[in-house]
Write a protein of this length. Structure first.
Length: 88
């Protein structure tokens, strides 16, 4: 029984360490993006946990896009305003 408990604990501890590392990485990414005035599509999707289709729906519903060449950016203030207008 002790070997089983040791195995389960090591497996659990390993998974928890992996989750903590992932969480730490996400927090670092969010902190880095908080200092930027403009976010890429990928940064917006990652920050809000949404997919490309949802982001395009937001754009269709009034979220402004900034096109520079073939790249699309979103103003942090526009995102905040859009989110506030979506409150029920």
């Amino acid at each position: 029984m002790s070997q089983l408990a040791d195995y389960l604990w090591e497996n659990y501890a390993g998974k928890m360490n992996d989750l903590l590392a992932t969480l730490s990485q996400r927090v670092s990414q969010l902190e880095a993006s908080q200092h930027k005035a403009y976010l890429t599509q990928h940064e917006v999707m990652e920050t809000f946990g949404i997919g490309h289709r949802t982001l395009k729906t937001w754009v269709a519903n009034g979220l402004p896009e900034i096109w520079l060449g073939n790249r699309v950016y979103y103003d942090r203030n526009d995102l905040q305003h859009y989110m506030e207008t979506q409150k029920i």
